[in-house]
Each structure stands twice: as C-alpha cells, then as structure tokens.
Design a protein around this ligand. Structure first.
Ligand SMILES: [Fe+2]
Ligand SMILES: [Fe+2]
Length: 180
C-alpha cells in the first residue's frame, strides 16, 4: 500500500467521523439531546486508533522529515505536540461522555464546549498536515523511512474502517454507511 495514500485515506476517515461528531454538536444548538453514545464511540475510536497508531507513525515521519527539511522542524515539532494535546482533550471528552451515559449530572455546556474545542483542534491539525507536510514527506522520504514509520507501532487492524470492523463499533459503522 502506498504510504501517502494510506496516510490520506486515514485523514479522510477521521474527517468523516469529525463531521458526524460536528452534527451531534449542532444538535446542542437546537436544545435537543445529542446522541451521546455515538459521540462516545467516535472519540473512543479516535483515542484508540488515531492516538495509538496514526499519531505515533506520524511522529516518526515528522522526525525523519525534520532531518531532511530542517526549515520544517519547528512546525513539525508543533504538530507532534498537538498529538499530545489532542490525546488529552479526547480523554477529557471521553470521560465527560461516559459520565453522562452513566447518568451523572454534567452541565450540557461543558460537554458542548469540550466537543467543539476538540473538533476545531482536530480539523485544523489535519488541515495543516495535508497542506504543509504530506506532499513534502512524499518527496523527501524513502522506502527505509516509510518502513520505520510503519514499524513505529506493531501492525494492528483498524477496528472501525478495517475489512472486519469490530463488533463494538458496529453501530458507528452503520451510521457512517448511512451518511455516505
Ligand atoms: Fe497528526
Ligand atoms: Fe494525521
């Protein structure tokens, strides 16, 4: 699989999920109850796959690219830092959603804010990578670099977008199919 295509494909998947999450955040404005379960599934998947697989691989790609294109080093360092921020923000949002589903009293504004912040952050992060990094990496990195990127984490199957989605993401998968 072409590593650049795989990279862009994953961004496309994440964007689909972010659009779904955005839809739920919009529900807040209508004063209705969003689908908290769906929101939790989305953030759980992003915590699981994006934070554990996609981002560690990018971190290796960034480090290799920074060596070959030192003028990008600072922006790559920022993107790497954003990975940590996003993991934290995702964790906080996930906890809030889990509390709500557990019938705890959580102010709606708090969840709305956490979800909206997460979305803004994620969207701009992916946009920066698409605009500033991927084309550059395609030119600068070679097969050895891509092997290192892939090996940054043990090979795992994508539990949602992979060929055989896991049972726990079945509802989310159905929701995505409906949007297509
Ligand atoms: Fe990233
Ligand atoms: Fe990314």
């Amino acid at each position: 699989m072409d590593p650049i295509k795989a990279w862009q494909d994953e961004h496309a998947y994440f964007r689909r999920l972010l659009a779904l999450l955005q839809r739920q955040v919009d529900v807040f404005h209508g004063g209705e109850r969003p689908n908290y379960e769906l929101m939790l599934d989305i953030v759980s998947y992003l915590r699981e796959y994006s934070d554990q697989v996609h981002h560690p691989r990018e971190d290796v790609a960034f480090a290799r690219l920074a060596q070959k294109a030192p003028e990008l080093a600072l922006s790559l360092e920022r993107l790497k830092q954003e990975h940590r921020v996003m993991a934290n923000a995702g964790d906080a949002l996930k906890e809030l959603l889990a509390e709500i589903l557990d019938d705890a009293v959580v102010p709606r504004a708090e969840v709305e804010m956490a979800a909206a912040t997460y979305l803004v952050y994620y969207d701009s992060h992916i946009a920066k990578e698409e605009e500033d990094v991927i084309a550059r990496a395609a030119r600068a990195l070679g097969p050895e670099d891509w092997a290192a990127v892939k090996n940054a984490v043990p090979s795992v199957k994508d539990p949602l977008f992979g060929e055989v989605p896991e049972e726990r993401y079945r509802k989310l998968r159905r929701q995505i199919a409906q949007e297509a």
